[in-house]
Design a protein around this ligand. Structure first.
Ligand code: NDP
Ligand code: 8X3
Length: 258
């Protein structure tokens, strides 16, 4: 029986690339996100990767907002029996909203980031962990950030939310230790996805600026690392993995061409 992976935020960026990577390796993939249309398109695309007549059993789409605790519970609790055994959970859904000094930050942006990046990750994990405990096996892969390792100017609340992911990854590893569940955190630096477009409210010029003059990370780079971490022998667990473009030494130290 192939293994099953559930990926939050599979409608773009790291999550979409991770779904493509695991589907192309024959895993059963549960894709989730808020954008229903994109989920439907991705589901069809992924089903095409299996090249077999039973592709319809290989991809399952769940449509929910990770900020809505009862929607999370209903979606995951209501999974058909054949999809309830989740071997790997990738807590990837997340965002930055705005880049403002603390004194002028938008409180709505703060709530979106904390509710998605911290509370959403908790709700999804809470819904999936009991099944992993019952089976004595599982792997949780949290997508943190270099912003969870150091704070940069105007990054305040986004950085705080990713520092929370760092703490929760450690806390999960401690609490789940007796249950044989692996917990890995992957912390990327600058990566060109829809992340900056979301952060800057759709302003394309502002969204391109962080990646100017460098070769940023791409979704496929992170998907490779998720796959690597998820396919190590049972006795080996990567705890924490920080990955940046070669042109980046820290949040504020980036070597740009030109
Ligand atoms: P994208 O914007 O490309 O993807 C974000 C994904 O999260 C989308 O699929 C989106 O789906 C989903 N998402 C956002 N909010 C919600 C929500 N409330 N409920 C459900 N799904 C949600 O960005 P990335 O791929 O770059 O980001 C993925 C993760 O990686 C985030 O946690 C981000 O903080 C982190 N990260 C990103 C880095 C970067 O430089 N790009 C670097 C380090 C970490 P939908 O809108 O359909 O719901
Ligand atoms: C995303 C990396 O540096 O844009 O988490 O905050 S950064």
């Amino acid at each position: 029986m192939p293994q099953t992976i559930l990926i939050t935020g599979a409608t773009s960026g790291f999550g979409e690339s991770t779904a493509q990577r695991f589907a192309s390796e024959g895993w059963r993939v549960i894709i989730t996100g808020r954008r229903k249309e994109r989920l439907a398109v991705l589901q069809r695309e992924l089903e095409g990767l299996y090249g077999s007549i039973d592709a319809h059993d290989k991809v399952h789409a769940l449509h929910f907002d990770v900020r809505d605790a009862s929607a999370v519970e209903q979606a995951i609790g209501g999974l058909p029996e054949a999809w309830q055994r989740i071997d790997v959970l990738v807590n990837n859904a997340g965002l930055a909203a705005g880049l403002d000094p603390i004194q002028t930050g938008d409180t709505g942006d703060w709530e979106r980031m904390i509710d998605t990046n911290v509370k959403g990750l908790l709700y999804v994990s809470r819904a999936i962990i009991p099944g992993m405990i019952a089976r004595g096996k599982g792997h949780i892969i949290n997508i943190g950030s270099t912003a969870g390792k150091e704070v940069y100017p105007k990054g305040n609340v986004y950085c705080a939310s990713k520092h929370a992911v760092d703490a929760l990854s450690k806390g999960m590893r401690q609490d789940l230790l007796p249950h044989g569940i692996k917990v890995t955190q992957i912390c990327p630096g600058l990566a060109e996805t829809e992340f900056s477009l979301v952060r800057f409210g759709g302003d394309e010029a502002k969204a391109k600026a962080p990646y100017a003059g460098i070769e940023p990370l791409r979704g496929a780079d992170i998907a490779n690392l998720v796959h690597f971490a998820a396919t190590l022998p049972a006795h080996v667990c990567i705890n924490d993995l920080v990955v940046t473009p070669t042109a980046q030494a820290s949040s504020m130290l980036v070597h740009r061409a030109g």
